[in-house]
Write a protein that binds this ligand. Sequence first.
Ligand SMILES: [Zn+2]
Length: 502
Amino acid sequence: MILFLTLQTHAQSDLTKQIRSYREKQSNAWLQEYVSFLAIPNLAPDTINMQKNAAYIQNMMAKRGIQNIQLLYPTTPKIPPAVYGEVLVPNAKKTIIFYAHYDGQPVDSTKWSKGLHPFKPMLLNGSLEKQATIINWPKEKEEINPEWRIYSRGASDDKAGVMAILSAYESLIANGKHPDFNIKFFFEGEEEAGSDHLHEILVKYAAQLQSDLWVICDGPVHQTGKKMLVFGARGDAHAEITVFGSKRPLHSGHYGNWAPNPALELAKLLASMKDDHGKVLIKGFYDDVTPLTDREKKAVAAIPSPDQQMKTELGFMSEEMTGKSLAESILLPTLNINGMQSANVGKLSSNIIPTTAIASIDLRLVPGNDYKKQQEKLVQHIQSQGYFIVTKDPTDQERASHNKIAKIVLSDGYNAQRTSMDLPIAQHLIQAIQSTTSDQIISMPSMGGSLPLFVFEKYLKATTITVPIANHDNNQHAENENIRLQNLWNGIETFAAIMMMK
Ligand SMILES: [Zn+2]
């Protein structure tokens, strides 16, 4: 079925047209509502402002006639609550929960471009990278250009999800449309801080949170701008490797050629982990990967390639894994160097032999991988390169009896998650989203990034499918985060269609 979607011509449904004409009337009011929401700082540890955010969302829900609005607190105190609301239908045959998160990544306001500030939302007449400038907020009834962007922390990740989901519901009711299944809303307040207490909420409110599907709104759409559904996310785990030279820094003239140099040793060790085509050489690294199903393979084959566009945009010539497209690459486990450090460079450099060299390693995981096992393969590889492994700084005795010593600190991690595209509810969801656009929609077996989706599976045995709406160039997690208005409008149409799906 998915394969043929690309070949068929699609038409927008009447529902989508109705939602769109409502939006055209409503967009000024929505912008005002959204800007006030974005102006509330949303860092998870900022308890007072997180309470304000939660109260603001409760008010947005109440205005739209959503019932049983409440704050779901985890058992651990001082953690931001999830904001919950529901619309129940008598004799409903299913329940769908819509998820987004209202907290955002930490900010460094000094890094934001001139005139911009993470919590003073600004309107620009396009993208900053394309020399857009700040413009005034539109007056009542002034026409709104969908290419305009709002710059603010959370504008795309992920207050856009809250806004699009709630406005979709509002648009349906305004058009006299009522979902024929139960709809529940769940807006998390701790996602960017790692969702460490999400499971407490899921366990405490397990009965209330039973559903046939969680629709997760987070992240960007495809780089081509096409609408997208994502059936899973990669898992993630980290390791920090330190290799050691002498106990104190040495004069590179007096001791060069004689004292071991940990920067060079680390470079060699890291180089041993990958071949020249980007393939990881660690033994068994790809062995546990669950192969794609036929439907997943077809879906991947139908994904249009943004590769050349992205290479040009990002300024490099060749992909790391020779011959593998971006879509294929993100379906494999990775080993990435997040950063390296050994003494100083530039103006701060001095003529020394450093004492240590450190690398932070990021291991992304796909279905089949167990994060602890994957970390263990890395440790064994380092051992196979002649290293003595320690978990704390080496003792004098260890230094005296081992030529090469690596300290490895393994972080906690989590595994990947993937929902089957073969489920009937997955097919209904695809059809609903397709009904909003004449363009092809993209079904991805997994996103490259990681979300703790396994938490929903583990604690509620829930099915999740992610429906992102943000523009791909939204500067998520960084300075100058932004949402393109057309993406927000498209998101509203998408969620309205999902709320009316079969
Ligand atoms: Zn997010």
